[in-house]
Design a protein around this ligand. Structure first.
Ligand SMILES: CC(C)(COP(=O)(O)OP(=O)(O)OC[C@H]1O[C@@H](n2cnc3c(N)ncnc32)[C@H](O)[C@@H]1OP(=O)(O)O)[C@@H](O)C(=O)NCCC(=O)NCCS
Length: 149
């Protein structure tokens, strides 16, 4: 059975002038694009199928990320359901001159795996291993139930 570590994605980007607003702050849409890409790779690695974004929970922009900062986006699957998967995203940023990574964003993305005829298709089961993974696995069911009310 597949574990969350089997499909974890760590993506690193640097903020260039084209990614920012006139104050040199990373645009929210650009960051969302990176988060979507990292979580899509994670979902597709787990499901071994093309997977589409079905929903994104509330995304908070807790701290600004600036021009030249180095951004690390980590995507990890929390649970596989029938055809959908929940992916947890954590974004951290640091300046070139300071090694300290600051947590700037977190979010949960839901992806649905598609068959070759573009219909939702079954995904492999997930076996959480660590205490945090087991906790996330349990909470993912609550989030799925809540999001469909
Ligand atoms: C996501 C999509 C494939 C679901 O298709 P559907 O025919 O409505 O699917 P179903 O009702 O049979 O549900 C299939 C799964 O999707 C989940 N799902 C459907 N809509 C969802 C939503 N808005 N949020 C979270 N999960 C959702 C269901 O809970 C179900 O999960 P499960 O099988 O693990 O229990 C379809 O709505 C779609 O193609 N949306 C557009 C996706 C897209 O273009 N994304 C951006 C580009 S990647």
């Amino acid at each position: 059975m597949k574990t969350p570590e089997d499909s974890v994605v760590i993506m690193t980007e640097i903020v260039y002038p084209n990614d920012t607003n006139p104050m040199g702050i990373l645009q929210g849409g650009k960051l969302m694009h990176w988060m979507d890409t990292a979580s899509a790779i994670c979902a597709q690695t787990h499901s071994e199928n093309i997977s589409v974004t079905a929903s994104i929970d509330r995304v908070a922009f807790k701290k600004p990320i600036y021009l030249g900062d180095i951004v690390t986006i980590k995507a990890k699957i929390t649970r596989a359901f029938e055809t959908s998967m929940e992916i947890y995203i954590e974004v951290k940023a640091r300046t070139v001159k300071k090694a300290e990574n600051i947590l700037t964003n977190t979010a949960y993305f839901t992806f649905v795996a598609l068959s070759d005829n573009k219909k939702p298709t079954k995904v492999p089961a997930l076996k959480p291993v660590s205490d945090i993974e087991i906790e996330e696995y349990k909470n993912a069911l609550k989030r799925k139930t809540f999001s469909h009310i």
